[in-house]
Design a protein around this ligand. Structure first.
Ligand code: C2O
Ligand code: CU
Ligand code: CU
Length: 461
């Protein structure tokens, strides 16, 4: 069966949306961790870096010995990493050489509405669009990905995702690990057909299929920076890992095995006020955690695995770990909301017999808006759900103020743009609508839920 998206339906998919590969799974911790290429500007002037980016297919080796057809930015998965600087504008000319329309969104970006990658602002095949990123935001780990209406999940699954690292002077003065000690970890899961192509179910073919993937699509092969269960050689020193969950629907519980601390220094939208120690982090789709891990205390030869996804091998001495900064960034606490709004993320069974996902009872309608916050104001948004939904806001960064009637969880700290709302839980956030007026959106970042209409506009006025 060929689905609407041209993928072959995984007939043996079990419950909970898990797709099983039809090839033997690769051996774990043998493939070296690749670091995505840095995007290079084609031109630089007094204010701006100019880039070009081409969306195209490519046949790449993900599983050893077999080629997988991807859709990639510049034909790579992950796409090239953008290194942007606070105060320096970036202009990206995107050319679409795929045979499907696309829309590119900079997740976590404070971006003018016409460059935000709205789901219906399509770049048609053979067309080009210029995206402008003024970069007046703080240092942060952002990522970019496709956002085409109804097709975000399959198009991201095919490879349309990459990283964007924003730096600023405040971050630079902290002496955090840089260069090869600053390692991005883009986490995704995929499933593979016999011939090495990606498996993906057809989502729009009736209740049977819908029901199976109501929870989103999960693969059985874990990819980090686009390769399965990689291994990375490290020195006896401190590293910075930028953990990005780029998976459609999978959450990861990340801990170091056999043991160790994850020192969190940043959240979705930038650095924390001070480092926080965690034994475990749960990372939901769309979220980022910026962490330090110090390998100085481990003897050469030690192997440490993060969440059974990637293994670090301590292979040689390294430079002395610089002292851990006690303070990181100036973090203002948001207060005084001018309005309180409630958004209920809920499933409904009524659309042509298929399960659809709604916000305040509404399926996504590009012509409709559920809120009109005023530019520069802070609002309290109460997010509730009947299911597990990672809720993401475009434009506005927020701070979690309560979860389940209690204070925020340990990992809710800092400026965020995505928060995991668990079943029958209410999460309250204070969001600041800063930057630009215009049409933006919030949605569930389980990409299958997003494609099943769990999105809503808000207009910043
Ligand atoms: Cu990362 Cu609107 O999404
Ligand atoms: Cu976003
Ligand atoms: Cu959801």
């Amino acid at each position: 069966v060929i689905g609407t998206t041209g993928f072959v339906v995984g007939s043996q998919a079990g419950n909970n949306g898990l797709l099983r590969s039809k090839r033997p799974l690769p051996q774990r911790f043998t493939v070296p961790l690749p670091i995505p290429q840095a995007a290079k500007p084609t031109r630089v002037d007094g204010t701006t870096e100019y880039y070009t980016l081409v969306q195209r297919t490519a046949d790449v080796e993900i599983l050893p010995g077999v080629r997988t057809r991807i859709w990639g930015y510049d034909g790579t998965f992950p796409g090239p990493t953008f290194h942007l600087r606070h105060g320096r504008q970036a202009v990206v000319e995107l050319r679409n050489e795929l045979d499907a329309p696309t829309s590119m969104h900079l997740h976590g970006g404070v971006t003018p509405p016409e460059s935000d990658g709205y789901p219906t602002d399509l770049v048609k095949p053979a067309a080009t669009k210029e995206y402008t990123y003024p970069m007046r935001q703080r240092a942060a780990t952002l990522w970019y990905h496709d956002h085409r209406m109804d097709y975000t999940a399959p198009q991201v699954w095919r490879g349309l995702a990459g990283l964007c690292l924003v730096s600023d002077a405040e971050e630079e003065n902290l002496g955090l690990p840089t260069g090869r000690y600053d390692v991005p970890l883009l986490l995704t899961d995929r499933a593979f057909d016999e011939d090495g192509s990606f498996l993906y179910p057809a989502l729009h073919h009736g209740p049977g299929v819908e029901k199976e993937y109501a929870n989103g699509v999960l693969g059985d092969v874990m990819l980090v920076n686009g390769v399965p269960w990689p291994v990375h050689e490290v020195e006896q020193t401190r590293y910075r890992f930028r953990i990005v969950n780029g998976s459609n629907a999978r959450r990861y519980d990340l801990a170091l095995e056999p043991g160790g601390d994850l020192i969190q220094i940043g959240s979705d939208a930038g650095l924390l006020d001070r480092p926080r120690k965690h034994r475990k982090l749960t990372v939901s789709p769309g979220e980022r955690f910026d962490v330090l891990v110090d390998f100085a205390g481990y003897p050469v030869g030690t192997e440490i695995t993060l969440g059974s996804l990637v293994r670090f091998k301590v292979v040689r001495p390294g430079p002395e770990s610089p002292p851990l900064p006690e303070k990181l960034a100036g973090l203002e606490r948001l207060g005084d909301p001018v309005a309180t709004r409630t958004f209920d993320f809920r499933t409904t069974m009524e659309h042509h017999g298929a399960r659809m996902w709604t916000i305040n009872g509404e399926m996504f309608d590009p012509a409709k808006s559920l809120a009109t916050p005023q530019l520069g104001t802070v609002e309290r948004w109460r997010l509730s759900s009947d299911f597990h939904h990672p809720v993401h806001l475009h434009l506005a960064h927020f701070q979690v103020v309560s979860r389940g009637g209690k204070g925020p969880a340990a990992q809710d700290v800092g400026w965020k743009d995505t928060v995991d709302v668990r079943p029958y839980e209410v999460v309250e956030v204070l969001a600041r609508f800063d930057g630009y007026r215009g049409r933006y959106m919030m949605h569930c970042h389980n990409l299958e839920h997003e494609d099943m209409a769990m999105m809503a506009n808000f207009f910043v006025g």
